[in-house]
Design a protein around this ligand. Sequence first.
Ligand SMILES: Cc1ncc(COP(=O)(O)O)c(C=O)c1O
Length: 400
Amino acid sequence: MPAGSAPLPPQPSTLPTGGAAESLPRLSRRSALLGAAALLAPLATSRVSAAPAVTAEAPAPRHPSGQIRLDSNENPYGPSPAARRAILASAVEAPRYADDATQELITKLAALQHLERTQIVVGSGSAELLNMAALLASLPGPGGELVAAQPTFEQLPQFAQAVGVATRWVPLDAGHAHDLPAMRAAVTDRTRLVYVCNPNNPTATAVRRDALEAFIRSVPTSVLVLVDEAYIDLVDADGVGSVAALTKECPHLIVLRTFSKIHGLAGMRVGYGMAAPALAQRLRDLQMTYPNIAGLRAAMASLDDHVFYWDTRRALLADRQRVEAALDRLGCAHTRSQGNFVFFDASMPVADFNRAMLAHGLRVGRPFARYEHWSRVTIGTHAEVDRFLDVLPGALGRKA
Ligand SMILES: Cc1ncc(COP(=O)(O)O)c(C=O)c1O
């Protein structure tokens, strides 16, 4: 269990089995079988049995061009077998609005995080919640600022700009991590929102929980602090952990999580925010759309699939370690990754490195501000990482 993360409580499956669902129109046997075949087809047989969920044969989503996609920090092992079954079973619920399922997920998340239900906001991906926070920061009118590290995940700064909130960028520190003292110094009376992505995308670095807590408490409560924990399930460094519990005490804190990373549900679009009840309501009031039933059922089933969670974490961390060891052997500087991706110095314009990788059918991350020679590679399946490691020395122009 990553330090500071809430435990995953054993809970009964929430898949619809009879009851109310029995009285709903049923899929015909033929269409149900066709649907099941389509959904489960890419699964290795070992993944639908009780065998470990993560295997070398697990399917990797391919780009239509056939390229191996190591560029978007997705989890190729997902969805979990339980989530796949839940997606299929959700078809009978599709004619109804998903309000009840949303409430069920909120109840489950509140129990998981030891928070009140009123503290949870479910969104269509955490990107929607980032946008909601930017919108909230824009409401007092023009002239407000967002304080954010550079580079970091750009969804929030970009949407903030679109709604009239300018970003005050704060460079990362010498260790490529959030420079919390400098970020605190950048907070002025114009600041409405501070963004801390922990672990940070794209650098894969994380700040310690105690330092982050001191930072959050030091920011005036008139300024919102948003901690984005999209990758928190992948951390293994001492002292790094979630600050979700602090939402019980800090009225200005928003903590975000997503089902797009360890749960492997990026295409299902489910994320959630945690905040004090009043702040959670202010966010909820700005919601632009509502999660869909397939995503909600998949998310609930995935929370219960502990085997998938732990097998996925083990597989991704082992391959992350292989990539870091290879970079060490090749003499490439890299950060100590706390996510499902590795950030390293390719010692050449990253466009050139990407082109060399693409020539071998591998898509890796794009250029990031202030790190023009650094590349970000997502940890794919074991076989995809094998392929990446085969190609890496040549792309870097070094001897294996
Ligand atoms: C740090 C961070 N936050 C949020 C997101 C968006 O996730 P979601 O799919 O939940 O919208 C990403 C996606 O890559 C991310 O890297």
